[in-house]
Design a protein around this ligand. Structure first.
Ligand code: TYD
Length: 228
């Protein structure tokens, strides 16, 4: 987690989540956006799911090791929900209420895409978990980075080097194709909150698209930021 620059917002901070398949470039884009917001003197934290708080990082380790999969789909989803509960209550909510902007690498759309659309968890089960973990909290803006599966998997493999793929990277190509489609549907169903961005381009070009999405969806950006 990183923080930047003094706070210039008044009231609640903005909550921006980033979503996408493997190798879609979320971490690069989050870093670039955090730098740009810091240049605009907006206090910003960068965080991630699963994880983002000490308790949730322990659960992250369990889930990505594949341990959660052994417990079955609902129990694995409960682990993601437990991690989210801790993260929301100890990191995200306190930051937002202090006026800090929160950039989160994955949030509840990941559960909807991976566990519900591609897994065996019923939407009603997810909705019930969400009532407990996040209540009314939802991102002000969700950036969904869209990239062809073969490009994303090549990037993820290059980043991983000789390390073994984690629980989800190890799924087959069809899984990743279905995942891309699931995210496209999520974007289409909630256009007020979600922006689907073509991420198969140079990182600076994608960053410019992300910035345009912010400008169009969130009005509170100071004009000095748009020249950064
Ligand atoms: P991570 O190494 O952070 O992957 P990425 O760089 O792709 O974000 O691993 C997180 C993995 O957990 C990723 O494959 C997506 C998955 N995941 C879920 O299945 N459900 C969830 O609710 C979340 C937050 C993540």
């Amino acid at each position: 987690m990183t923080s930047a620059a003094p706070n210039r917002t008044s009231g609640r901070g903005k909550f921006i989540s980033f979503e996408g398949g493997e190798g879609s470039g979320k971490s690069t884009q989050i870093r670039k956006l955090a730098e740009r917001l810091a240049a605009a003197k907006l206090r910003t934290i960068v965080t991630r799911e699963p994880g983002g708080s000490p308790g949730a990082e322990i659960i992250r380790h369990l889930v990505l090791s594949g341990m959660g999969k052994l417990l079955g789909p609902d129990a694995e989803t409960l682990l993601f929900a437990a991690a989210r509960d801790d993260h929301v209550h100890t990191v995200i909510q306190p930051a937002l209420s202090q006026g800090t902007w929160v950039l989160c690498d994955r949030f509840s759309d990941s559960t909807r895409a991976y566990q519900v659309r591609l897994g065996q968890v019923l939407p009603a089960v997810l909705n019930a978990m969400q009532r407990v973990t996040i209540g009314d909290l939802k991102p002000d803006l969700t950036i969904i980075l869209d990239i062809p599966v073969e490009v994303g998997l090549q990037r993820a493999a290059a980043r991983r080097g000789s390390d073994a793929p984690d629980r989800f990277e190890a799924e087959d190509v069809q899984f990743h194709q279905d995942l891309r489609e699931a995210y496209r549907q999520i974007a289409a169903e909630d256009p007020q909150r979600c922006v689907l961005i073509d991420a198969n381009a140079d990182a600076d070009m994608v960053a410019a698209r992300v910035w345009t999405a912010l400008r169009d969806h969130l009005f509170a950006i100071p004009s000095s930021a748009s020249t950064a």
